[in-house]
Design a protein around this ligand. Structure first.
Ligand SMILES: [Zn+2]
Length: 264
């Protein structure tokens, strides 16, 4: 078996043909070719010959290690001029736009970030501490379901402390799905106002909001959702979803006890 074939089977990079393998100071350098001929804008996904070829550049990505060696993927790509997005490298299936690591590498970092702190990940994978955060942001943005803010009916707003109670996050959960749909630093009415501004007209589908007694969220809720029912629940805690929350007529998925509620 040829070395290029062996690496093609081993790395399994989608849409790529391995054309050369060499060993350098950086580790194993695998030169690949993008099999797709069609021009695809990496920003908006438009395709077609109206995307003019501006020039060509060699781009490198760090991939998962091969044995004890770092693995670097190298490919010559077209830079395309998109009328909507400007000049950017064409889209590739093995890496996210602007990433310096392959999707496989980034997905491993994101999974590890759910299990451990940044510092051991940076040491284990031999990447910078800041790089861990940037990769996680990119993976989360890639997997975020943009429909999560559609058709919300009953939501729960809660504050979560971190750094030993010195800092706070406000999180909003959809009681129907049990998922957290939004999160931002801060814990007052202004923080929640940003959520309602993001929702825009979609906020009018919300019928009930549960909050705990201590939250300073009431002002933002009353201003943005004057007709919604506000339910106080001292047990609302999003890490223990589905939360104890209730209303006069509990929405689907709500396990709260109406006796605990005090509608305002
Ligand atoms: Zn574009």
């Amino acid at each position: 078996m040829r070395v290029t074939t062996a690496f093609k089977r081993m790395l399994r990079l989608p849409g790529a043909s391995v054309i050369d393998v060499s060993f350098g100071a950086e580790g194993v350098i695998v030169t690949i070719r993008l099999r797709r001929r069609r021009r695809v804008c990496s920003r908006c996904g438009q395709t077609g010959r109206f995307l003019e070829i501006h020039d060509r550049r060699v781009k490198r990505w760090r991939h998962l290690d091969v044995g004890a060696n770092r693995c670097v993927i190298e490919c010559c790509l077209r830079r395309l001029r998109c009328p909507d997005c400007g000049v950017h490298l064409e889209a590739v299936p093995w890496a996210r736009p602007d990433a310096h690591h392959t999707r496989d590498f980034e997905d491993v970092v994101a999974w590890l970030a759910q299990q451990m702190a940044k510092t051991p990940i940076a040491g284990l994978l031999r990447i910078g501490w800041d790089t861990v955060g940037k990769i996680v942001e990119r993976v989360v943005a890639d997997h975020l379901d943009h429909r999560r803010l559609e058709g919300l009916i009953a939501i729960g707003v809660d504050e979560i402390s971190y750094r030993r109670g010195q800092r706070y996050l406000t999180s909003v959960a959809d009681h129907a799905s049990g998922s957290i749909v939004w999160c931002a630093p801060g814990r007052n009415a202004a923080t929640l106002q940003a959520f309602f501004e993001l929702l825009g007209e979609r906020r009018h589908s919300i019928r009930a909001v549960s909050i705990d007694m201590s939250g300073g969220y009431q002002q933002a809720i009353r201003e943005n959702l004057p007709d919604a029912e506000i339910c106080f629940d001292p047990f609302v805690r999003h890490e223990a979803l589905p939360v104890r929350v209730g209303c006069e007529t509990p929405p689907p998925g709500c396990r709260g006890s109406p006796a605990k509620l005090r509608a305002v």
